[in-house]
Design a protein around this ligand. Structure first.
Ligand code: NZQ
Ligand code: ZN
Length: 389
């Protein structure tokens, strides 16, 4: 087992009626707050008014940036950086899903440098040493951005969607109230569940030596998603379901489950190219790719991990033949994604075309072959794309 560093300093207020602490938490960082949000769901749900109320009570000076897109664009980040600099912002408050939080992270970092925020991305990326403090109110359980060091930004001019990790991007405080996700529709609830599941599978399916304790945690979190996502879809106001999914979203990607593993993720770099070109929802792209990637990687050298997954997560009979258990585990994953969650199952259904495969595969491997569960070259990525048609 490798050595590792565990450092997750985000303070979390979990549960209903915690927003009363918002003003006091923000005030610790200063007076001038930039409130960021997306296309208006927070206005429709009444959350916007509740937040402004708390900010007023704490006598904070509030500036706003709305309209942050799903698959957030670098233009929104630039707008936020400008406001931070012009208004001498002390703290940023992101209210929304992963897109709003991600964009806000790079506004916070961009405010501390002179160069364009797009220079934080790509092969020659500039360092992120500092960022203004970030506080979040999460409204959609999916990305884990509320408690991680990552963010992903799209640039339509270059046709790229690129991620970046930096400890300075970790939110200082996050408010996780499951009732704020009651208004998330079936589709986004399903896509969020797949994203959470994928964050776990990217680490779980790994040929490096495992830490048994972490594998048990991951299996528990996978079972939580499989159990509660269909309930949240059927009963959007089921607190138990929304709460279990919300806390799993944060723990799936906050670094805890890595336990020193250094293997690359596989489905995420492939999916980001789909979102970059077709602007599809991240979780939908992952749903289509994941079972095909699992099929592509299955052989005698990897089969044991599928057996562990199939038996411990889906309860498949451990006495069956190993290969049979592995194939059944993939079938059950598909059944969950496409039948229980109701997501589309092929590229053809969502309009993704073969003519872009070679280009997207090259870009998915822009930093070299993907050295994940199985090493994937651009040719392998193309082959997985073919299986998705
Ligand atoms: O924009 P508004 O009006 O708020 O509507 C949003 C948006 O249309 C809506 N929504 C959010 N909360 C809602 C709600 N609708 C009703 N009620 C609520 N309570 O849902 C739509 C999708 O929102 P978005 O923020 O785009 O979704 P998500 O949280 O899935 O974020 C996706 C983005 O995060 C990136 C993805 O690539 C994608 O760009 N990721 C970020 C990661 C990270 N920071 O670590 C890791 C992930 O792997 C992922 O790549
Ligand atoms: Zn993801």
């Amino acid at each position: 087992m490798n050595n590792f560093v565990y450092n997750i300093p985000t303070k979390v207020y979990f549960g209903e009626n915690q927003l009363g602490h918002l003003g006091q938490e923000l005030a610790k960082f200063g007076k001038r707050v930039l409130l960021t949000y997306g296309g208006g769901s927070i206005k429709r749900s009444g959350l916007y008014d509740r937040v402004l109320d708390e900010l007023r009570k704490a006598n904070l000076e509030v500036y706003e940036l709305s309209g942050i897109e799903p698959n957030p664009r670098i233009e929104s980040v630039r707008k936020g950086v400008e406001i931070c600099k012009q208004k001498d912002i002390d703290v940023l408050l992101a209210v929304g899903g992963g897109s709003t939080i991600d964009a806000t992270k790079f506004m916070a970092a961009g405010a501390c440098v002179e160069h364009d925020p797009w220079e934080f991305f790509g092969a020659d990326a500039k360092p992120i040493e500092r960022a203004l403090p970030i506080v979040t109110i999460l409204t959609l359980s999916a990305t884990g951005s509320e408690m991680d060091t990552a963010g992903v930004i799209s640039n339509l001019e270059t046709g790229d969607k690129l991620g970046r990790l930096a400890p300075a991007l970790l939110p200082r405080v996050s408010f996780l109230d499951p009732t704020l996700t009651y208004t998330v529709n079936r589709y986004q609830t399903a896509c969020g569940a797949v994203d959470i599941m994928s964050h776990i599978l990217e680490v779980y399916f790994n040929t490096q030596e495992d830490l048994f304790m972490l594998d048990c945690f991951m299996e528990g979190m996978l079972k939580t998603v499989v159990k509660y996502a269909p309930i949240a879809i059927a009963e959007p106001e089921n607190y138990e379901a929304r709460a279990n999914i919300m806390w799993t979203s944060s723990w799936a990607i906050n670094g805890f489950i890595n336990g020193g593993k250094r293997k690359a993720w596989s489905c995420h770099p492939m999916e980001h190219e789909l979102s970059a070109v077709y602007d599809i929802t991240h979780g939908l792209g992952l749903a289509i790719l994941t079972p095909r990637w699992m099929k592509y990687c299955l052989d005698e050298t990897t089969v044991d991990k599928y057996v562990q997954y199939g038996v411990n997560v889906f309860g498949i009979d451990a006495s069956l033949d190993k290969m049979e258990i592995a194939k059944r585990s993939i079938d059950l994953t598909e059944e969950f994604l496409f039948e229980n969650l109701g997501l589309q199952r092929t590229f053809t259904e969502v309009g993704i075309k073969r003519e872009d495969f070679a280009m997207m595969a090259q870009k998915a491997c822009r930093y070299g072959d993907i050295k994940g569960f199985k090493t994937l070259t651009p040719k392998d990525v193309e082959a997985i794309f073919e299986m998705c048609l």
